[in-house]
Design a binder for this molecule. Structure first.
Ligand SMILES: *[C@@H]1O[C@H](CO)[C@@H](O)[C@H](O)[C@H]1NC(C)=O
Ligand SMILES: *[C@@H]1O[C@H](CO)[C@@H](O)[C@H](O)[C@H]1NC(C)=O
Ligand SMILES: *[C@@H]1O[C@H](CO)[C@@H](O)[C@H](O)[C@H]1NC(C)=O
Ligand SMILES: CC(=O)N[C@H]1CO[C@H](CO)[C@@H](O)[C@@H]1O
Length: 401
């Protein structure tokens, strides 16, 4: 274990293992506001966590509302479910058979009906490929575009180029390409400009903008519109054939927009936070404090049964632990134990009988599986169910591989 940084509020004073003291004096019965500063601090931390969680929930709800508003816009068009012809090619409405996406989920049904990702026309015309040169020139202005389309090349999923395509490719004079990146999943339906390359000008034709949506399973659907002139036609980028082979946890990426490859997505950073308290009194040596009141346990690193925190991932962690010494005048020491090493103390010692609190923090790099707990080495600690005086908490600050 590598200790990266160490922040401890305490200056260590001598406290040997066998510290003892007068154990007959009583614990304080009064809980005055005067001595609540530490409890208040901890309460503030907890409150902050709560408000963050609340904020997150609100954001999620807003997002969901926006999403459903977007999909509803297209309900009417999709519900007609027609078959129609484009040029000479018979196009069929596709329930996308190549997607094993949980089609049986009934709760999702209404969403699906409105989602162009599940209701599109298959546009499989090899002449549209960026490497195709045909004698006959096609013009998409003559097509009655209707609803959403998904591009295929001989049965394989493919997407529009995001780069300038040489003239006379894609079975036309001026090939149409997407002047902007394909959207991400969370972008929903976006409008993108479309450019036609002609006479050394990549955007000689500023064609009619189209709508694009990313679908689960690495494909896109397009709502094409008649281009501004002839002979212009929408292209299918042959280099994106590889994207159809990307797995669910992969994205299709390209630096130059020419060469594409599947890249495995990083799993999102883990969130780990815990905060627990001991709602009673402790006397003398208690090997491991069993904090039984668990208020926060995001990531399930803390065990109420054992009172121990087990690091779920490698990373930099910060811990805090506190006590309120009982009204005895005894020295009271709590130690933070990391992988059996006593690394930080929360020490209180005032000569005359009075009750004081102390809070210590510690930051360190931990490997997955590291065990952390707090030991009560000597003295007396006081708490009740509401006081939050004997506490233990921590957070993962940064995850490491
Ligand atoms: C809290 O801990 C610090 C560091 O050990 C110590 O100097 C201070 O006296 C403690 N506070 C009380 C009230 O004992
Ligand atoms: C275009 O690319 C595809 C896939 O790599 C290939 O099968 C096809 O033969 C190419 N067509 C031309 C005209 O080069
Ligand atoms: C991605 O998914 C494949 C199965 O489709 C699985 O074998 C692989 O472990 C996953 N990779 C990650 C990083 O989750
Ligand atoms: C009411 C009470 O317990 N007050 C105590 C708060 O703590 C100080 C020492 O920090 C004591 O002197 C008070 O008696």
């Amino acid at each position: 274990m590598v200790v990266l940084a160490l922040v401890v509020f305490v200056t260590l004073s001598s406290c040997s293992l066998g510290c003892s003291g007068n154990r007959t004096s009583s614990v304080p019965k009064l809980w005055s506001t005067e001595n609540q500063s530490m409890a208040l601090q901890l309460a503030a931390v907890f409150k902050e966590m709560e408000s963050l969680r609340c904020e997150q929930t609100t954001l999620q709800q807003q997002q969901q509302q926006q999403q459903s508003a977007l999909t509803q816009m297209h309900v009417t068009r999709e519900q007609r479910g027609e078959r129609h012809e484009v040029g000479t090619t018979v196009l069929t409405y596709g329930p996308n058979d190549d997607e094993e996406d949980d089609l049986h989920l009934s709760g999702e049904d209404s969403k699906r009906r409105a989602d162009p990702c599940f209701h599109y026309t298959v546009l499989d015309q090899p002449w549209r490929a960026t490497n195709a040169t045909t004698k006959s020139k096609m013009c998409d202005r003559n097509v009655k575009w209707k609803g959403w389309y998904r591009l295929f090349y001989q049965g394989k999923s493919i997407q529009m180029p995001e780069r300038c395509v040489p003239v006379d490719k894609c079975g036309t004079h001026s090939p149409l390409w997407l002047a902007g990146p394909h959207p991400r999943m969370r972008d929903g339906i976006v409008t993108r400009k479309v450019c036609g390359h002609w006479k050394k000008k990549c955007c000689a034709f500023k064609s009619t903008p189209i709508k694009v949506k990313k679908c689960r399973g690495n494909y896109y659907v397009y709502m094409f519109a008649p281009p501004t002139a002839c002979y212009l036609a929408y292209c299918a980028d042959i280099n994106t054939l590889v994207c159809g082979r990307c797995r669910r946890n992969q994205s299709c990426v390209s630096r130059d927009r020419i060469n594409w490859r599947c890249k495995t997505r990083k799993s999102p950073a883990r969130k780990i936070h815990f905060f627990a308290s001991f709602p009673g009194q402790l006397k003398g040596k208690v090997n491991r404090i069993k904090y039984s009141k668990v208020l926060v346990n995001v990531g399930r690193g803390f065990s109420r049964r054992t009172g121990m925190f087990r690091a779920p991932v490698n990373g930099v962690y910060q811990f805090f632990f506190s006590t309120q010494s009982a009204n005895t005048g005894q020295k009271t020491d709590l130690w933070l134990v990391v992988n059996s090493y006593w690394v930080a103390v929360s020490h209180t010692h005032v000569a005359r009988p009075s009750s004081v609190g102390n809070l210590s923090t510690y930051m360190t790099f931990l490997r997955k599986g590291a065990l952390i707990y707090v030991t009560h080495n000597c003295g007396r600690s006081w708490a009740n169910a509401a006081s939050m005086t004997i506490t233990f908490g921590g957070s993962l600050l940064a995850q490491w591989k």
